[in-house]
Ligand binder design. Structure first.
Ligand code: ACO
Length: 331
């Protein structure tokens, strides 16, 4: 059996946080944010809207577009760094409950912004080994809950949202996901970190006072490693599979910063119409950014059966991953 990328769905919360709103919160400017990141707006979930609520809305679209019912799903993998609950239960279990699905495996993956590609690799492996037939993978993030809105170096970057896909079994090789590569290097663990509230530094008054339960980032150092790693990673997967960048219909990278995306796209000598860029409207939505971007080109009518997607992500850990994915809806 091979694994095919059958369908896509996403959910974007209604509330919008603009650069001008942020100017009133921290010492920053629309000009600085636009020039350094390309971000203009990000969407923010309601107070009582959870990561699983958003994941469910994205999942419902993906399930419907794959012409399946929730009960046809035989595994749920949710990539997130902003789970509904600290430690347990997993957000995947909450998604299963809200979709009214039971008695199937459901678990979370923690790989920061590379989470969706890690979930894709997991789904592919389970399907190819015969252990699953219709896997729901979700990338969902309520980053606004773990961002420090008094820290101008991080609060301008992140947004909320969710994306989901159905990865299904097929015996047709031409429909199959060609390759997925995932990797990590823990020596950079403190470049992107939430230092407090884990077992390393359990929740305490001091942790809360130092705001250590929020994301901290060494932005400039992360930027340099990200550009190099993302470029090497996509070159490797293309070379390994003897595919030229010309053969790619769309390059869908993790949406962190337009400067990173442009640097990687120009190293690959991609045309403008191949690069999918949504960072200006959604900001960085971590594990949700790639499926949200795929959903945008799908809803714009630009994504067609047989189109070849090149996915590429980099995030905290550091983790990274790339994938060569034909879009293979069943109809
Ligand atoms: N507004 C105004 N000035 C600011 C702001 C702000 N919001 N933030 C920082 N500055 C200042 C800094 O204090 C610094 O001032 P100084 O020169 O007086 O010291 C100056 O701007 C430059 O700061 P840098 O950090 O060097 O700015 P840089 O050009 O690197 O841009 C950014 C920062 C946007 C964060 C960039 O480094 C970046 O995008 N990094 C990579 C992010 C990434 O890829 N993350 C991985 C995925 S995320 C995940 O896994 C969850």
């Amino acid at each position: 059996m091979y694994a095919a990328f059958r369908s896509i769905g996403s959910y974007v919360p209604q509330n919008i946080l603009t650069n001008h709103d942020l100017e009133k919160m921290v010492d920053t400017s629309d000009e600085w944010i636009t020039k350094r990141t390309g971000i203009k707006t990000r969407h923010i979930a309601d107070k009582d809207e959870t990561t699983s609520d958003m994941g469910v809305k994205a999942a419902q679209k993906a399930i419907e577009r794959a012409a399946l019912k929730p009960q046809d799903i035989d595994m749920i993998v949710c990539a997130t760094i902003s789970p509904d609950y600290f430690c347990m239960p997993s957000t995947a279990c909450m998604i299963a409950k809200k979709l009214d699905i039971a008695n199937i495996p459901a678990f979370d993956i923690s790989a920061a912004c590379s989470g969706f590609i890690y979930a894709l690799a997991t789904a592919k492996a389970f399907i190819e080994s015969g252990m699953a037939k219709n896997v729901l993978i979700v990338g969902s993030e309520k980053l606004s809950a773990i961002v420090d809105y008094s820290d101008r170096t991080t609060c301008i970057l992140f947004g909320d949202g969710a994306g989901a896909a159905i990865i299904g079994a097929t015996d047709k090789k031409e429909e199959a996901i060609i390759d997925v590569n995932i990797a990590a290097d823990g020596k950079y663990y403190d470049f992107l970190i939430t230092p407090g509230c884990g077992t390393n530094k359990p929740c305490s008054e001091e942790v809360l006072k130092e705001r250590e339960c929020f994301i901290k980032m060494k932005g400039n150092e992360t930027f340099k490693v990200a550009v190099k790693t993302l470029t090497n990673d996509v070159n490797e997967i293309l070379e390994k599979n003897r595919i030229s960048s010309d053969d790619i219909t769309y390059f869908v990278p993790h949406q962190a910063n337009y400067r990173i995306l442009n640097a990687v796209a120009s190293a690959l000598k991609l045309r403008d119409d191949q690069l999918v860029m949504t960072v200006s409207k959604y900001g960085n939505t971590s594990s949700a950014s790639i499926p949200m971007a795929i959903n945008d080109i799908y809803e714009e009518g630009r994504l067609k059966k047989g189109d070849l997607l090149l996915l590429d992500a980099f995030g905290g850990g550091f983790t990274w991953g790339s994938a060569l994915v034909p879009f293979s809806p069943q109809n």
